[in-house]
Ligand binder design. Sequence first.
Ligand code: ADP
Ligand code: MG
Ligand code: MG
Length: 252
Amino acid sequence: MSTLEIKNLHVSVDTEDGAKEILRGVDLTINSGEVHAIMGPNGSGKSTLAYSIAGHPKYQITDGEVLLDGQNILELSVDERARAGLFLAMQYPVEIPGVSVANFLRTAKTAIDGEAPKLRTWVKDVNAALERMTLDPSFSSRSVNEGFSGGEKKRHEIAQLELLNPKFAVLDETDSGLDIDALRVVSDGVNRYSAQGDRGVLLITHYTRILNYIEPDYVHVFVAGRLAETGGRELAELLEAEGYDKFTKAAV
Ligand code: ADP
Ligand code: MG
Ligand code: MG
């Protein structure tokens, strides 16, 4: 069993007016086998949480810790975090011109495992992962995210997730911009990953729609840089019916 513990996490970014605190004491524990959904209004700090866990240099940790099986990952480089078993699917995946999907995936897999994957099985695995995401095999020769549609970017992220098979996956608005067919394909991928039983998912989303396909064990409401409420599926239904108003007003 693995555990990802976020403890009293405070994070600031530099702005023209000085440091601005975005995360104001986040506490959250995710055990392997669990799916946690974080829902919150725009600008509440959800992506900041994802980037801080992943190690984006723009976000300064001013207090707190993030422990993966007891090890404080905030002291690790981005690469070391990936090797420790963390995966982040970004809200806005970056383009990497000149680097093909095939090379990118192989480099990532090699970095994480510490050795190159066996070529024949690897090519088969990649093609199978792309096919499950309804991406053509020719997709692997395209430059990463360059000219990808919104749906292709998200499906590529989930193909990565399945191939790299980390301990914990942080998925930031993996549902945004997806039509109903792509949403189903992406959700099926997350569910396959999660169904292994010893994996943990932190699913960040703005809308409840994806929760019709991915059943969370816990739903958290995120407002103004911290968790305002935790519940089960019924909390998502309440948000669907009533919106974030009640929580944003209480948070001020
Ligand atoms: P969410 O993902 O919930 O929409 P974000 O984490 O993207 O929220 O942003 C939270 C807040 O932090 C917003 O007010 C945003 O403008 C601010 N913010 C995030 N990154 C930066 C940055 N690099 N510089 C200045 N402000 C930032
Ligand atoms: Mg946003
Ligand atoms: Mg965001």
